[in-house]
Design a protein around this ligand. Structure first.
Ligand code: BTN
Length: 149
């Protein structure tokens, strides 16, 4: 019984340390935002580069919405502490516009991942006189879409 004590202590510490391990936020997977837009991010490579697809729920145009490609980059510095900053560009397949998103991947107080982003949507205008009205700005909050297994 006396010999079992150090073993139990090691076991207890190991389990405790595991329980305290901070959950990391991962960009990979399917996300939905507050507008109802869906986004899929494929593997983030060793340099932080990633690609994916974006299905917007809304458009500033009268065009039929189509799934569009995105390309992004995630910060890989050790200071990110599991809540990395990132940026990505959506090159819309159905309009002349481009949107850039920038944000951070957070883990909230109940362990849920959340992407807080800001975006700039650049629309094409016919001439430089109309440049002043070509850029919209906004925010989007993304939560992970639960996979239906
Ligand atoms: C366009 O209308 O020209 C392209 C679609 C733009 C959709 C915007 S991008 C920012 C905001 N967040 C979304 O999920 N959709 C809109």
């Amino acid at each position: 019984m006396v010999q079992a004590t150090p073993l139990l202590l090691v076991l207890f510490l190991a389990l405790g340390a595991q329980g305290l391990a901070v959950k990391k936020c991962s960009l990979t997977g399917r996300w939905v935002n507050d507008l109802g837009s869906n986004m899929t991010i494929l593997t983030v490579n060793a340099n932080g580069a990633f690609a994916g697809s974006y299905h917007t729920a809304v458009t500033a145009t009268s065009n039929e919405i189509k799934v569009s490609p995105l390309q992004g980059s995630m910060q890989k510095s050790p200071n990110q502490k599991g809540q990395p900053t990132f940026g990505f560009t959506v090159n819309w397949s159905f309009s002349d516009s481009i949107t850039v998103f920038t944000g951070q991947c957070f883990v909230d107080e109940v362990g849920k991942e959340i992407l807080k982003t800001m975006w700039l949507l650049r629309s094409r205008v016919e001439n430089i006189k109309n440049d002043w009205k070509a850029t919209r700005v906004g925010t989007n909050i993304f939560t992970r879409l639960q996979s239906q297994e």
